[in-house]
Design a binder for this molecule. Structure first.
Ligand SMILES: Nc1ncnc2c1ncn2[C@@H]1O[C@H](COP(=O)(O)OP(=O)(O)O)[C@@H](O)[C@H]1O
Ligand SMILES: [Mg+2]
Ligand SMILES: [Zn+2]
Length: 683
């Protein structure tokens, strides 16, 4: 605060506090305390700084002493204002809670020089124990003579009497705690961690334990909440059974106040000049293309995936109706061969998302993707937040999602649709928020993507999870001369220049702010866009009706289309969803359906492939091949491969290349085998 470090010598601090409490604002708060039956008084640090700078500085430097002056003064003032109530809480006294210090100490900067000082920290709660009673004043009874004695308690461990208070009794060992006469307060331990989006790239997050004592500050924050904590920095010796206490201490915070009003993701600081830039960019007719080219510029190609990522970043508008809640966030899945830049894309997104994190499917902690209840070393239980809880109101980039823990497989359904995670285990019952958009990647279970199998068959994820993705894309590593040439040039150029071959039109920093700005807009459908989406939906539905084929598109996809349209309008800072937004949404949805669910033989979109079975007509073709094979077997016993292929082409119009592929599938499945080279037989 002030530059020079001087010892705090302040005349009659307690009286000064009391003068301060005589101001209208605090007289009112003190009366309110009595009215509500509370024993703590919240003091805004800034008020003190303005009125009594010396006291404010004293609090920062010698918090314990000054908190005591404050609480004595508050009690005195309470006695004047509300003598009866004061009398009734004489035992506990008044606790002063200090809100809002002038500076936030970054978790990363906390060190031994802060020990004993008052600090304010911000972080996300990653763990919370259940609330447990903590004994503050223990009453013991001597087991030999029955004498009782009081021992005030501090520290982590229960302090027993060293000897009996009765001078004639020599007991030093056997005492029992008298619970009814001892005093307890509620306590809880939290662990907070740096905000994922503020983490320097490549660093592991720092975390810190927070000790909360007092009915008014326990159970205030849940895992996933963003909190600001004011407290005294303490060092605790790390002790190990038998070996004793280590010289290296661990830091923790003895909390005085906790506030859950965490920063909104949209609250990035945007200067007037930046706002001007943002508005100008939004008017650019090519704004969408520019944004797309600014997403992971080092990754070559995949414009459609980058477009989908753009929609994910801006997101749709959540709808809270009286009876249901519809998520606004999009979920996108990238399935594909190894080495197709999936991880690269996922790692880039947290750099431009106002709030986002990257994690592997296993998660980086025991809580995995959702949440877990774990035993603590002190014998209690603690609820730990997984990645989706930490990504609340942001974007969770989950790499190798197919490798998630079995527990997560169960809990993730709720997280993806309802955006909550419910836990009831080990005495902890809680519902955590997980309002995150998900960008996930998965590798094929068999190493490479098999175009003749369904998405569900290709990756080991259940259909119930797959159906919660708005868009699914398949990334395949197939050699293609022209593309390979361009891509190799791109990658080599990137290595030579150590920068993306083309500069992104929008810097990552500006894009992040642009997104934060845009997410405040809630665009609505114009009639044109409405009609366009409706017609598309009806068209797709009737197409499948006519042929009695599996349902091509469901209401789920219609909701996805709305989300995508909203996101595209947001990306141009538009309040209205135009027909062109709907067109683009339809186009990308079609692309996703084609990649993940197309019936490769008829080129009809078939949502059933994503869901479960094989496409109808593909199955028909396989059946045709088997029938022809069996017929020919009747004629010749063993069938020559070339003969079969000829017959399929001439009689059934199944071309050679396709027939070969289908045959390969039948052989792989074991339906058909090759008794010798060039000959086939049905098993
Ligand atoms: N389209 C591409 N553009 C640029 N680099 C690529 C592309 N495809 C693959 N690579 C490079 O190949 C490597 C493997 O990519 P990675 O993201 O780890 O793949 P995946 O996660 O799909 O297995 C990375 O170094 C990546 O930069
Ligand atoms: Mg990878
Ligand atoms: Zn005794």
């Amino acid at each position: 605060m002030v530059g020079e470090m001087t010892e705090i010598i302040l005349d009659r601090p307690q009286e000064r506090f009391q003068v301060f409490f005589k101001s209208d604002k605090y007289r009112q708060r003190i009366s309110q305390m009595a009215l509500n039956g509370e024993t703590s008084l919240v003091l805004d640090f800034n008020d003190l700084l303005v009125a009594e700078r010396g006291l404010a500085e004293g609090l920062l430097e010698e918090p314990e002493e000054f908190l005591e002056y404050g609480s004595n003064a508050a009690f005195d003032q309470l006695q004047i204002q509300e003598p009866e109530y004061a009398e009734s809480i004489k035992e506990q006294g008044v606790t002063i809670r200090i809100r809002g210090l002038p500076t936030v100490t970054p978790l990363r900067k906390l060190s031994s020089e802060h020990i004993g000082k008052f600090v304010m920290l911000e972080g996300i709660v990653i763990r919370a124990t259940n609330v447990r009673p903590l004994v503050t004043n223990a009453v013991f009874r001597c087991k030999r003579c029955g004498e009782t004695m009081e021992i005030p308690q501090t520290g982590n461990f229960l302090t027993f009497p060293s000897r009996c208070a009765n001078p004639t009794c020599r007991n030093t060992r056997s005492f029992e705690l008298v619970q009814e006469e001892s005093e307890f307060v509620d306590s809880q331990q939290l662990r907070i961690q740096e905000y994922p989006e503020e983490l320097p790239p490549g660093q592991t997050p720092r975390s810190l334990d927070i000790q909360l004592v007092g009915r008014d500050i326990v159970d205030v924050a849940r895992p996933g909440d963003r909190v600001s904590v004011v407290g005294i920095v303490r060092a605790e010796p790390r002790s190990y059974p038998r070996t004793g206490k280590l010289r290296a201490f661990g830091l923790y915070i003895d909390a005085n106040f906790i506030d859950t009003t965490g920063k909104e993701p949209e609250s990035l600081i945007i200067s007037p000049e930046e706002e001007e830039q943002i508005l100008k960019l939004s008017k650019d007719p090519e704004v969408h293309e520019k944004i797309i080219r600014s997403i992971a510029p080092s990754v070559y190609g995949y414009e459609h995936i980058k477009e989908a990522i753009m929609y994910l970043l801006f997101g749709g508008v959540p709808k809270s109706l009286p009876d249901i809640r519809i998520r606004g966030e999009l979920n996108i899945l990238l399935v594909g061969d190894p080495g197709t830049a999936k991880s690269q894309l996922l790692r880039y997104v947290p750099r431009i998302a106002p709030r986002g994190l990257y994690t592997s499917g296993r998660g980086t902690t025991a809580a995995g993707l959702t949440a877990a209840v774990l035993p603590t070393s002190a014998g209690g239980m603690t609820l730990e937040a997984g990645a989706l809880v930490l990504a609340d109101r942001g974007i969770a980039c989950i790499d190798e999602m197919d490798k998630m823990r079995p527990d997560d497989r169960v809990a993730i359904h709720e997280a993806m649709e309802q955006h909550t995670i419910s836990i009831a285990k080990g005495g902890i019952v809680a519902t955590l928020n997980a309002r995150a958009a998900i960008l996930a990647a998965a590798n094929p279970a068999l190493g490479r993507y098999d175009a003749y199998r369904t998405v569900a068959e290709n990756i080991s994820l259940p259909v119930t999870i797959l159906s919660r993705f708005d868009l699914i894309f398949v990334l395949r590593d197939v050699p293609e001369k022209e593309k390979d040439a361009k891509m190799s040039e791109h990658i080599l150029e990137l290595h030579r220049r150590q920068a993306p071959p083309t500069e992104p039109p929008i810097s990552a920093d500006l894009l992040r702010k642009y997104i934060a700005y845009a997410r405040g807009i809630n665009p609505v459908l114009t009639s044109e866009a409405f009609e366009r989406l409706k017609n598309f939906y009806l068209e797709m539905r009737s197409a499948s009706e006519a042929e009695g084929s599996p349902i091509a598109i469901t209401a789920r996809q219609l909701e996805s289309l709305v989300r995508i349209s909203e996101a595209r309008a947001r990306a141009a800072l538009r309040q209205e969803i135009l027909a062109e937004d709907a067109e683009h949404a339809i186009a990308i949805m079609k692309r996703s359906l084609e990649e993940s669910g197309i019936d490769i033989s008829s080129h009809k979109i078939d949502i059933d492939i994503i869901m479960t079975g094989k496409p109808k007509s593909l199955q028909d073709k396989l059946r045709v091949i088997l029938n022809v094979l069996m017929e020919m077997e009747k004629e010749t016993g063993i069938v020559r491969r070339t003969d079969l292929l000829d017959r399929l082409a001439s009689d059934f119009d199944i071309q050679r290349a396709e027939a070969e592929r289908l045959l390969a599938q039948l052989i792989r499945e074991g339906t058909v085998y090759e008794p010798r080279n060039g000959y086939l037989k049905k098993t």
